[in-house]
Design a protein around this ligand. Structure first.
Ligand code: SF4
Ligand code: SF4
Length: 145
């Protein structure tokens, strides 16, 4: 049977389909810096304070926007405008007409493959409280290198 992400437009997916597309990489849960002139967004190694840095899961997903007001709630409506998502992001890939990668849990059937493939931020991050905001510039990482 053809999987739902190949037959259903992002805008037509159910909530559970949409949520299942997230590969659990947590790249989007890192603090980001934006260049004032170019507008380019850079990821840093600094994790959001709600991120479980080992499982790469939000520790309070249901109340995340109350606890972290600038947490992004990604939808089909704001996906195009959210141009800073990493190239590996499943939403980004499908929107660009690309298939899901082998390590995506929906393909592999295993939530660990995103970690084993080195796509998730497991082992890469520093806790928010350990890094002064002025030092974040020195913590930039580029996932597309
Ligand atoms: S970058 Fe995309 S796939 Fe990865 S955690 Fe964020 S929304 Fe999910
Ligand atoms: S609040 Fe949760 S989902 Fe939002 S950025 Fe932080 S860890 Fe990620």
């Amino acid at each position: 049977m053809t999987p739902f992400w190949e037959t259903t437009a992002l805008a037509d997916m159910s909530r559970s389909q949409w949520e299942s597309l997230c590969d659990g990489c947590a790249r989007c849960c890192l603090h980001k810096l934006q260049d004032r002139e170019s507008g380019r967004v850079y990821f840093t190694m600094v994790a959001c304070r709600l991120l479980d840095r080992h499982t790469c899961r939000c520790r309070d997903y249901a109340r995340r926007t109350q606890r972290v007001p600038d947490c992004l709630v990604l939808t089909a409506d704001n996906l195009e405008a959210t141009d800073w998502l990493p190239e590996s992001c499943a939403y980004q890939r499908l929107a660009a007409g690309k298939p899901l990668s082998w390590w995506h849990p929906l393909i592999s059937g295993d939530r660990e493959t995103v970690h084993r493939a080195g796509i998730s931020v497991r082992g890469l991050t520093l806790p928010e409280e350990a890094v002064h905001p002025d030092d974040r510039e020195r913590m930039i990482i580029d996932f597309n290198e």
